[in-house]
Design a protein around this ligand. Structure first.
Ligand SMILES: [Zn+2]
Length: 314
């Protein structure tokens, strides 16, 4: 009798487990198929995001890790003949030495680089107006499908003394595609930006901030991630965007925002005067690194640079 019972129990357990496994399989299939584009990318993005939101002590470790990895590659890069590094620097200088350009920033002043991704859009002009009002600049990492819609916005950004960067043709996760596709995504979009007036080799912001060793090898441009995420892409709320930046901004940091949301325009309206009030100079990414004496190297990832204090001690 006891055996009968345990047999039934075992049967029940087996059925239960099968149901559970089937349910799990369905959930996984559902996630990878249906929600792949949106949810999966958001998860990946929030992983990159979490890294950036770790407290300073952790961030130093994370960036130290990057530096360790990078210094390994550094020697190789330096030994490789025919690196286009010096050419690229000249080209990049060309872009920022626009006649419209204001005085060079003061390295002893607190500095921050606001960056806007995924545009250009109808909101880009509004952001440029706010920046101009406060004699400030920013960097716009533009994506191919939006450049094609309004190529004239590239020139508009440059005429405002701001910097134009590359955010790929189709906003794909570069760490998840072939070498060939990485090249197409990066260099086709750079060509598009060149044709629209942003001359020379451009800084790249990899979509979602994601990269791997292949990306670093294939992309012969400096890659600029961020150390302050406004999370405007997630909250689409001006109050929250302002709060995130106010709480996390420091001298020498790069701030992530997107010029495709009206809430971001509202946030910028409040943030720019606040930053000025706090003593920050708002500069482009190239200016920020240039003035703090950090060289931007091809195939390397950057998130922030020296503070004025660190720069003085260097
Ligand atoms: Zn993006």
């Amino acid at each position: 009798m006891g055996q009968e019972e345990s047999k039934t129990d075992r049967k029940k357990m087996l059925i239960g487990m099968s149901v559970l496994i089937a349910a799990l399989a369905l959930v996984i299939a559902g996630m990878s198929l249906h929600a792949r584009e949106s949810r999966f990318d958001e998860v990946r993005s929030s992983i990159a995001d979490t890294l950036d939101r770790l407290p300073d002590e952790y961030m130093e470790v994370v960036s130290a890790d990057h530096e360790a990895l990078e210094s390994e590659g550094e020697e190789e890069t330096d030994k490789t003949p025919g690196t286009s590094e010096s050419d690229s620097k000249d080209d990049r200088k060309k872009q920022s030495s626009d006649p419209e350009k204001k005085d060079s920033p003061d390295p002893t002043q607190k500095l921050v680089a606001l960056t806007f991704d995924d545009g250009p859009s109808m909101y880009t002009e509004q952001i440029l107006d706010i920046l101009a009002e406060y004699d400030s600049r920013a960097t716009f990492f533009m994506v191919g499908y939006n450049i094609e819609k309004h190529p004239e916005r590239v020139k508009m950004v440059l005429d405002a003394g701001c910097e134009v960067g590359n955010h790929t043709s189709n906003h794909k996760d570069l760490s998840d595609i072939s070498r060939r596709s990485i090249e197409t995504e990066v260099y086709d979009n750079e060509k598009l930006l060149n044709d629209a007036g942003a001359e020379g080799e451009l800084l790249l912001r990899p979509p979602y901030g994601l990269y791997n060793d292949t990306v670093k090898e294939v992309v012969k441009r400096p890659m600029i991630n961020w150390s302050v995420d406004s999370r405007d892409w997630k909250t689409k709320d001006a109050v929250s965007t302002v709060k995130e930046v106010k709480n996390n901004v420091r001298d020498g940091r790069v701030v992530l925002m997107h010029d495709i949301y009206p809430s971001t325009v509202e946030a910028v309206k409040e943030l720019v005067p606040w930053l000025i009030e706090e003593g920050y100079g708002l500069v482009t990414v190239s200016e920020l690194y240039d003035v703090r004496g950090e060289e931007l190297k091809d195939g390397h990832i950057y998130r922030y640079t020296y503070s004025a204090e660190e720069y003085a001690e260097k």
